[in-house]
Design a protein around this ligand. Structure first.
Ligand code: AMP
Length: 444
């Protein structure tokens, strides 16, 4: 099958050619014909399947006819990064069409969004909170919406956005085409779909399991040796871009800092950073300036960086579905990828849950030569560093130099013993983090 068979407008075909797409992906093949016919669609698919183009292309085709300069299509998405990413796909595929789009999300000023709306746009890519603010201020109305897409619906549910989404649905015309995409279908998303879509076609790609091109391995390790083992893995692996997930924002920040101090081209992405710094981290990771990105689930959700070769779970995800989302970052389109997960004793139940979800046992791996019985090394700042039981000399704690090449390559200074933080402080920080988690919607 080729894109020609969809009979898109020639200006859209030009965009498809520019992006170098030759063959539609399975989700595109199944969704596009029905979406073009105006049918409501539920797409159960994760990032990496080509789902964005599956809804963007039919939207562009619809907008080629009819009036310009009013918001006729809207895509609702959970995070700013995802909004920017979708906007990028719209701009690329719609490059020759003259169709204009705007992103609407919080954390940045209103004025530029309002100006862009005033100049006239046909597509709005929005996060729920800021959209509702615009609606209250009267700077945007939804009464011309013909096509509504809810993207990453399960993520919106996780972030507590479903009440906002329902308010938004009530403000759009009943006569509209609605598409809903979600990597998983928890009950809350199913009932949202029942309310919002009419006689939808359901297309499921990959049965919620991680893409088949990814190999999975777990590395059992003691909590205090996680960073050392991670470094061993990084040193021994011929990796392209590496995305590392941590449980909390603080851990993402600290691990990113530690790796950067060790001479890796590493940065971090999480909700405690300003929008500018988040964008800089993401742009740097996309361009290859940074090889390693440490991130939280929320910040990295749905992020499409084509060349990620490895996803490393420094911390186990909190749900098996979250594992699917994380792993969906690698092995994208036709590429292959590896997923490493560091697991501690407390993670056993989650390992089982993931094995049930992916339908196969996760391969247990050990790194030959790695000292699994070592005391906490004193030369590293771990994200939640534990006070060593006794003070070791630097040489004892680091029996061999871990990455001589890296240091010579980058000229990074030898690592000196940082101030250790105590467990209680780390625990306090994690408790604060747990509280913040409840405020996902505003924080991240
Ligand atoms: P998505 O699942 O929408 O985030 O897309 C995942 C990646 O696949 C993105 O980098 C897209 O540019 C790419 N992609 C989408 N559709 C195609 C296609 N038909 N052929 C090749 N690459 C594609």
């Amino acid at each position: 099958m080729s894109f020609e068979s969809f009979r898109f407008h020639p200006q859209i075909n030009a965009g498809i050619r520019d992006l170098g797409y030759h063959t539609p992906t399975p989700i595109q093949e199944q969704v596009i014909p029905h979406a073009l016919a105006g049918r409501d669609v539920i797409g159960i698919a994760q990032t990496g399947t080509g789902k964005t183009a599956a809804f963007v292309l039919p939207i562009l085709q619809r907008l080629m006819r009819g009036p310009r300069g009013r918001v006729r299509a809207m895509i609702v998405t959970p995070t700013r990064e995802l909004a920017e990413q979708i906007q990028g796909v719209i701009e690329a595929l719609g490059k020759h069409t003259g169709i204009r789009s705007v992103t609407i999300y919080g954390g940045v000023g209103y004025q530029s969004q309002i100006q862009r709306l005033r100049r006239g746009v046909e597509i709005a890519v929005v996060c729920p909170g800021r959209l509702l603010d615009h609606l209250e201020r009267g700077t945007l109305t939804l009464d011309q919406i013909e096509a509504l897409t809810l993207d990453e619906a399960d993520q919106m549910f996780d972030m507590g956005f479903l009440p906002d989404v329902r308010r938004i649905l009530r403000l759009t015309p009943v006569e509209r085409q609605t598409m809903l995409f979600s990597a998983t279908m928890p009950d809350a998303v199913r009932s949202l779909a029942r309310e919002a879509l009419r006689d939808p076609l359901t297309v499921q790609i990959g049965r919620s399991a991680p893409v088949a091109t990814v190999t999975h391995a777990i590395y059992p390790v003691a909590e205090h040796l996680k960073t050392s083992l991670l470094i061993e893995l990084l040193e021994r692996t011929d990796a392209g871009s590496v995305l590392i997930f941590t449980r909390t924002k603080h851990r993402a920040q600290r691990l990113g800092d530690t790796l950067a101090r060790l001479g890796y081209r590493a940065t971090s992405l999480h909700g405690n950073l300003s929008q500018n710094r988040r964008q800089a981290a993401l742009d740097g990771f996309r361009s290859g300036r940074y090889q390693i990105l440490t991130a939280t689930d929320i910040a990295a959700r749905g992020i499409d960086v084509a060349h990620i070769s490895h996803v490393i779970n420094y911390d186990m995800p909190q749900t098996a579905e979250a594992y699917t989302h994380r792993i969906g970052r690698t092995g994208r389109a036709a590429r292959t990828g590896d997923a490493f997960t560091l697991v501690t004793r407390g993670d056993t139940a989650m390992v089982r849950a993931i094995e049930r979800l992916i339908g196969e046992p996760l391969k247990r791996e050990t790194v030959p030569g790695f000292d699994y019985n070592a005391a906490a090394p004193a030369h590293e700042t771990r994200p939640d560093a534990v006070q060593p039981r006794h003070h070791e000399s630097h040489a004892d704690a680091a029996p061999r130099r871990r990455h001589p090449l890296r240091d010579n390559d980058t000229g990074a200074r030898p690592v000196h013993t940082p101030r250790m933080t105590g467990m209680t402080r780390a625990e306090r920080s994690d408790r604060r983090e747990a509280r913040r988690r409840r405020d996902y919607a505003s924080g991240e």
